[in-house]
Each structure stands twice: as C-alpha cells, then as structure tokens.
Design a protein around this ligand. Sequence first.
Ligand code: PTJ
Length: 250
Amino acid sequence: EVDVPADHPRYQSLLTRHRIEAGVEKGITSTQGLIAEGRGEAFDYLLGEETTPSADRAARAAAAHFLLAAHPVISVNGNVAALVPEEVVELAEATGADIEVNLFGRTEERVRAIAEHLREHGAEEVKGLTADARIPGLSHERAKVDADGIYDADVVLVPLEDGDRAEALGEMGKTEIVIDLNPLSRSARVAAVPIVDNILRALPNVTRHARDLAGASDAELAEIVEAFDPAAALDDAERRLREGAVAEDE
Ligand code: PTJ
C-alpha cells in the first residue's frame, strides 16, 4: 500500500497518515481532514494508542444500541472513508445499518467519490446523494441528509464529527454514538455513547461486539445500554490523558 518500513516504531501512525494523504489525492478527504488527523494522532499518543477497558465498554454499549435500533445509520465523512472503508461495510453487515455519506464540507463531487470508494470496498447501497431532507438548525450545505437515511434514523454513528452537527442531530432526538479521540470535544460530550478510541480500532471492535451479541435478547441488550454511563466514560478518558497511559483507571 505504501512505502513505510514495517519495523519503523511509528509504523501504524505513518500508515494512517498515508491513507489520509491518499484520500486527499483521490478526492475523498478534505484538506481539513489532514488537520483533524494530526489532532487525533496527538490524543491517541497521549492515550497510549490502545483500546482502554472503558472504551471497550463503550463499544459494547454502541453495539447493543445498534442491535436494538429500528433504523441505525453509519455516517461516513472524508476521513472515515479514507481510513476504514471495509470496516464500515462490515459493521453495516453485522448490524443491518445503512451507510450514508454526510460531509462537513459538502461538495457533490466528494459525496460521489466517497460513495464510489465505499462500493469499491464492498458496500451495496450508499445513501447521501439524494439529500432531500435537512437537519434543522444548520446552514444549508451542512444540513443536507437523505429523508430515508439519517433523517429517519433512530440511532446514528457519527465518527470524527464536528460539534455543531453532533449537537443538531442530538436535538432531533436521535441516539448518537460518537467515535472521537478527544474526550473534551463537543461531539463526545453530547453523545449517548462516546467511544474515545481511534476509529481504526473502535469500528472493528463495535462489529466484534455486535457479532458477539447477535443472539442476545432485547432485555439483555437494554441492560447493557442502561448500565453504560457516558459521563463516566469521558471522565475515564480525561483521567488517562492527564495521568498518562500507565496510571490505569480501573
Ligand atoms: O469530510 P468532511 O468534510 O465531513 O470533514 C471531516 C472532518 C474530520 C475534517 C471534519 O468533521 C472536522 O473538521 O472535524 P474536527 O472538528 O476536526 O473533529 C474531528 C475530531 O476527530 C477531533 O476531535 C479529532 O481529535 C478526532 N479524530 C481525528 N482522527 C481520529 C479522530 N478520532 C478517532 N479516530 C481517528 N483516527
């Protein structure tokens, strides 16, 4: 895929950067996406570049929400498409969720390029091109969604989302699952389930939990959802940031 020596101590991080760069070259990732990647990397470094027990519990709660939902949707932006296209398709398959391209810096061209990219990685249906509904409270381009997609969803996974949009979706009464390495970000703070973890690890982890919970009853799933405390998850992550990855929090 790229010319990074596998024994380089920062191999994973360099590979990730290359994927984002390739995304920009392919017209699927915005130049803003490069900045977002740098920010995410810094948080990941401070968190120890691993899935914490607390983030794993959040991933399990997210899987339970997905399985209980009437209409779950995975929102995909330019960074998500560049980093984890196959993992998005696998999660959709494991949970019956729709996939919808939804961009902060929306251009029709980029929506089409991302939809095509996801289909190249196995997606059957990709929503986001119809854009026949609006999220109330956001400016025109940023508000566009599909009427039979995000607009209709009861549970939405919004990874690496901008705070304004996360807030506006929450105000529509949707259950929001956010993947964001910054526990202080507004999107993480408004989420019913904030998963403070790198999307590279978090998405396959939610899929793994969804497969594991496939045979669970609605009562068992509801119990997992009820037991999850979003404020505690954010506190765990913040403590880990401040005290360092070695001072384990549980
Ligand atoms: O493709 P578009 O137009 O929809 O734009 C996408 C970006 C990500 C550029 C846009 O939504 C944006 O500007 O987001 P922000 O406000 O930079 O927020 C992105 C958040 O994701 C930040 O809190 C980062 O720390 C976090 N982040 C970045 N990379 C990762 C991440 N979280 C998890 N995994 C990552 N790999």
